[in-house]
Design a protein around this ligand. Structure first.
Ligand SMILES: Nc1nc2c(ncn2[C@@H]2O[C@H](COP(=O)(O)OP(=O)(O)OP(=O)(O)O)[C@@H](O)[C@H]2O)c(=O)[nH]1
Ligand SMILES: [Mg+2]
Length: 241
């Protein structure tokens, strides 16, 4: 009798996690300063990723969309110089756009250029009808800085003719902080922003499922539920308006 055959092997990943896999991800448009570069028609709900230059926005997008080189990343600040839109579909069938925003706080840019990017960013945030949520990314080692608080404040203002925005704060590069220092660092960011904070690492993918879940809740406007797999370093988040 070959009993071993009757024993089913456990699935490698829980079905719940599979639901958050991205089955399709593609670049769809880029809108920068050049003439004639316009955003695509507002069709799918969008979530935009903002933060200081070099904080890891583009890497986070690759991580969340489970694609290694889809979004261009660089160790040199100032890599993303336009509003870049990516379309993604989850295994559960949710279709959404991930939007990579140019970073702020990059001193090497000329004053004119910084002003132009500021205008592009502000226009996108205030006027994009399908924009539902803005993820403000901070480096877990540096914490929240003045520019980040300004972006949060900017997102909280009324958007004439458009729905108010949800904001999520994600502390990235978790892998670069020793485990013992992660909780206090996340708590400090939470205290500075008075909002829930999630931890993430593009390197290890830690926190990915919680982040994607929080994004879905922000987009669908559902009442947040407790996360089931809150790790030692991530916390339950409630998207705030
Ligand atoms: N160890 C580690 N490195 C990371 C992580 N996320 C990003 N990086 C590194 O940080 C650098 C900047 O990453 P990007 O994703 O290009 O940063 P960005 O915020 O898009 O930068 P700009 O487009 O210039 O504003 C790269 O060298 C990445 O490899 C992370 O979670 N862990
Ligand atoms: Mg970038």
């Amino acid at each position: 009798m070959r009993e071993a055959k009757l024993i089913e092997k456990p699935a490698k990943t829980a079905p719940e996690i599979n639901a958050w896999d991205i089955i399709k991800a593609e670049f769809i448009a880029s809108s920068g300063s050049s003439e004639g570069s316009t955003l695509p028609a507002p069709t799918f709900a969008e979530v935009a990723f903002g933060g200081r230059s070099n904080v890891g926005k583009s890497s986070m997008l690759n991580g969340l969309m489970q694609r290694k080189g889809l979004v261009r990343t660089s160790s040199t600040p100032g890599c993303t110089r336009a509003v870049n839109i990516f379309h993604a579909v989850t295994r559960a069938g949710l279709e959404l756009n991930f939007v990579d925003l140019p970073g702020y706080g990059f001193a090497k840019r000329s004053k004119e250029e910084r002003k132009l990017w500021g205008t592009i960013l502000e226009k996108y945030i205030l006027e994009r009808p399908t924009l539902r949520a803005v993820v403000v990314i901070v480096d877990v080692r540096r914490g929240v800085e003045e520019d980040d608080l300004e972006l949060l404040e900017f997102c909280a203002q009324p958007r004439p003719g458009n729905a108010p925005l949800k904001t999520l704060i994600i502390a990235t590069k978790l892998d670069l902080l020793p485990k013992s220092k992660r909780k206090p660092a996340l708590a400090a960011i939470k205290a500075a922003t008075k909002r829930p904070v999630l931890g993430f690492s593009a390197e290890s993918q830690e926190g990915r499922v919680d982040v994607v879940r929080a994004i879905e809740r922000a987009i669908l406007g559902e009442v947040p539920t407790e996360t089931t797999e809150t790790t030692e370093t991530t916390e339950t988040t409630e998207p705030t308006t």
